[in-house]
Design a binder for this molecule. Structure first.
Ligand code: AHR
Length: 656
């Protein structure tokens, strides 16, 4: 080899070894706006997200509708000396549906008869906590043999409600009503736990009767303290985690949950409002029944609690068993339902459905700018979506011209399936991809057509596994993703944020998972919880970091480096330059930041999430991977900032 050539080769090699990645930003050249609605949440009843999750009700099968044959989740408690049977009774009910009939043939104060409810994987017991119990019941004489002298008089005697340990040995809290009426009546009591109790879920809830006779229970409910003590409210720790994500919208109510397995099992919003004890509930598509205790108004209140607005998905005449309603007259009732639904959200109290909302306890209308028509209608092989979408679109635009209508078929679907007869304002695209693919395709939206509809990435998530979420093998993996997936999620988010002139909104899915055995249908999920505790996955923290640090405009990035994923926004009010970078490499990298057109203050702030790819959080180790906040000093341009291996970093630099 000739000497000059060798020198050249060595020089190139040296350059490759020492070349530091550079991010060059022209801070005073704004090229596009960043969407203020970019970061939001997507929700549906999956993985016991509501019943046994966010919805704070503690009694499972409180209206006895979960199974038409047996009182599921209820059992008789064997007490020596007491004799009782229980059965569902459709002949004697307070609301025309079903009750639990408890026939007590023998009972006394010392040998009472009890029925137990197992709760949702136990009843959470915390010290010094007040629980609100309510139940509909009536009493009738009925026992033939009795050990109690009161058998001759039709008196139930006291009814005790209690939270006890699984073995019955410890009573954590109890309260009673002195006797039951022979007419259906609502009873309410407060149960209080003492101080010094170690939190536990190895518990159940008992209804205990001391006299023979027949007790009918129509509805049995138990709530712990809820978010802001709202009645029929939310679990406090979970809602706080969601609020901390600073979401701007909540896409509701699904997902598959909107569509249902059959048309009859769709999310029929009118059946989910009004008094909770009268709501029929329905079979959800994820293998269990929904109480609809978290019904349509609760969704809207949930948005309000988060200071977010609903992105309302309306049922559009397609269900998961591939049945559809033909566009035209057949579809009209569903279109009307959607118009009524929008009126329930936004109408003044002088409108029919606005008045109904007021009657349900919320006179103030809710904001609404986006309505999604259906969910994943590319599965409808009949090709009816074009007609169905257009029928909804025209009716919604005629009454609410300001509402943006979202089509569920995006650019990622077969072109033949897309809507042609009208012009959707926004397309919803879903991306469930491996971490490898998200890292590879983080620039996916860079070349998207800016003249077409805007994009809502309504569902997305990276899986660290080699198989997708719906593969059976997912059941053997932890419910929430690890750091490898979080790095890919963050890289994917940089791509959406950089393109947020086009990507109006995006939401990870699914949002929540009850990690108790048998509770989940899908992984990975963002937030995990059991009966007592909750935790965020590394991806949760990545999204929280991104959503809480977003400017309103995007400056020109003159050069960046292929080994680092980046997104830069600026806050036009404060002048802050917010730089998000993801280093998915297994070695630290020093990033040279060349920031032109700004006079930078010497100090800034960094939030860093860094961990080995297989590191994760869990119920037992909830804060193994969490962000660390630090100061950045000696900021000047250019300056080098060292990104740890496997890290997601948000730098906020201030300008003078
Ligand atoms: O997020 C889980 C499911 O994935 C949603 O219900 C559905 O829309 C998608 O296929």
């Amino acid at each position: 080899m000739k000497k000059p050539f060798l020198t050249f080769v060595l020089l190139c090699a040296a350059l490759v070894v020492v070349a530091e990645p550079i991010l060059t930003i022209q801070a005073d050249k704004i090229v596009k706006p960043a969407s203020p609605m970019l970061y939001g949440l997507m929700t549906e009843e999956i993985n016991h997200s509501y019943d046994g999750g966010l919805y704070a009700e503690l009694i499972q099968n409180r209206t006895f509708l979960d199974d038409s044959q047996t009182p599921k989740c209820w059992s008789l408690v064997k007490n020596n000396g007491a004799a009782e049977t229980m059965a569902l009774d459709t002949g004697e009910t307070f609301n025309g549906k079903v009750s639990l009939r408890l026939d007590v043939t023998s009972a006394s104060k010392d040998s009472p008869a009890s029925v137990a409810n197992e709760g949702y994987w136990g009843i959470p017991v915390f010290p010094s906590t007040r629980y609100h119990a309510s139940f509909y019941a009536r009493f009738g004489p009925g026992g033939s043999s009795s050990s109690s002298s009161s058998s001759s008089s039709p008196d139930s005697g006291p009814i005790t409600l209690s939270i006890v340990s699984d073995d019955g040995a410890t009573v954590y809290a109890s309260a009673h009503v002195s006797h039951l009426s022979s007419d259906w009546k609502l009873y309410e009591v407060t149960l209080k736990t003492g101080r010094g109790i170690t939190p536990t879920a190895k518990t159940r809830f008992l209804v205990t009767v001391e006299n023979p006779g027949t007790v009918w229970l129509g509805y049995v409910s138990l709530f712990p303290p809820t978010w802001k003590n709202q009645p029929n409210g939310f679990r406090k720790d979970l809602l706080q985690m969601l609020i901390d994500m600073n979401p701007k919208f909540l896409r509701l109510p699904g997902g598959n949950y909107l569509e249902g397995n059959t048309i009859a099992d769709r999310f029929d919003w009118k059946k989910t409002i009004g008094p909770v004890m009268d709501r029929p509930g329905h079979d959800g598509p994820w293998g269990y029944r929904s109480t609809d205790g978290l019904g349509f108004l609760e969704y809207l209140r949930w948005c309000e609690d988060m200071n977010a607005e609903p992105v309302l998905a309306v049922y559009a005449g397609y269900s998961l068993n591939h049945t559809h309603v033909n566009p035209g007259p057949d579809l009209e009732p569903y279109v009307q339902d959607a118009l009524d639904e929008i009126e329930y959200v936004t109408g003044s109290t002088t409108t029919k459905w606005g008045a109904e909302r007021a009657k349900d306890g919320h006179p103030k209308p809710f904001p609404l700018h986006y309505v999604e028509i259906g969910n994943e209608d590319w599965f409808d092989g009949s090709g009816s979506y074009d007609g169905r979408f257009t029928q909804f679109y025209k009716a919604i635009k005629a009454k609410y011209p300001q509402i943006q209508c979202i089509s569920t078929i995006g650019n990622d679907a077969d072109a033949n399936l897309r809507v042609r007869s009208s012009n959707p304002d926004v397309l919803d695209e879903h991306y469930y991809r491996s971490a490898r693919v998200f890292l590879r395709d983080a620039n996916h939206f860079d070349e998207y057509d800016r003249n077409g509809p805007r994009i809502f990435v309504g569902e997305w998530a990276a899986h660290e596994s080699t198989f997708p979420p719906w593969d059976r093998r997912s059941a053997d993996l932890p419910p929430t993703p690890n750091m490898k997936a979080a790095l890919a999620d963050a890289a994917w988010m940089t791509g959406m944020e950089r393109n947020s002139d086009l990507i109006q909104m995006q939401s990870y899915a699914p949002l929540m998972v009850n990690v108790n055995p048998g509770a989940r249908q899908w992984r990975p999920d963002l937030i995990g919880y059991d009966t007592l505790h909750c935790y965020g996955s590394p991806s949760y923290y990545a999204i929280k970091m991104f959503a809480n640090n977003l400017g309103d405009q995007i400056p020109a990035v003159l050069s960046n480096d292929s080994t680092i994923y980046d997104s830069v926004t600026e806050d036009s009010k404060t002048g802050a330059i917010i730089i998000k970078v993801v280093n998915s490499q297994t070695n630290a990298q020093t990033l040279k930041l060349d920031i032109r057109g700004a006079r930078l203050k010497s100090d800034g702030a960094a939030v860093t999430l860094a961990a080995a790819p297989d590191a994760t959080n869990s119920i037992d180790n909830p804060t193994n991977v969490v962000p660390v906040v630090s100061k950045v000093t000696d900021v000047a341009s250019p300056f080098g900032y060292t990104l740890p291996a496997n890290s997601i970093v948000v730098l906020t630099l201030k300008s003078k």
